[in-house]
Design a protein around this ligand. Structure first.
Ligand code: SF4
Length: 145
């Protein structure tokens, strides 16, 4: 069986705009896979990434591909970041998501009273009562002792 050549124009791809694919950079293509300790090569590659019109898409693609990978399975410079920088970014984002998922403490304690206060939120009756009771305890303790 034979197939006709695909002559349809393909959809635009961010890789078409990749600065690192510019033929002028062919002699230094390995710089995007340089060891992190090779500061000169890493700096050259990341500087070129810094001017790349596809940088955001490149970084997004790297994040998607590397989502389930460990640090040892992340290679090269992508989106202007080294594998180590992407790994650190991934850990930071995961910690941020975990913090966002954390259930807030139930109202009615002095801790939640101060959490509302720090966040500039209105103080509900239960938290206000807990705070008042705590203040009362402190006042009683200072009178007695
Ligand atoms: S951001 Fe860097 S690695 Fe990504 S496409 Fe652009 S030049 Fe290449």
């Amino acid at each position: 069986m034979s197939y006709a050549p695909d002559t349809l124009p393909r959809a635009e791809d961010w890789r078409d705009r990749a600065a690192c694919a510019d033929p002028r950079y062919l002699p230094i293509r390995d710089f995007w896979f340089a060891d992190d300790s090779d500061c000169s090569q890493v700096r050259t590659a990341t500087t070129i990434c810094g001017h790349c019109p596809a940088r955001d898409a490149c970084l997004a693609a790297a994040s998607e591909e590397e989502a389930g990978r460990g640090q040892q399975s992340m290679f090269g410079i992508r989106g202007g970041l080294t594998s180590k920088q992407r790994w650190n970014r991934k850990k930071r984002d995961a910690a941020k998501r975990a913090r966002a998922r954390k259930q807030p403490d139930p109202c009615g304690t002095t801790a939640t009273y101060y959490q509302h206060l720090m966040a500039g939120e209105p103080i509900d009756a239960a938290c206000q009562a807990a705070s008042d009771a705590y203040e009362q305890q402190l006042a009683t303790a200072s009178q007695n002792g």
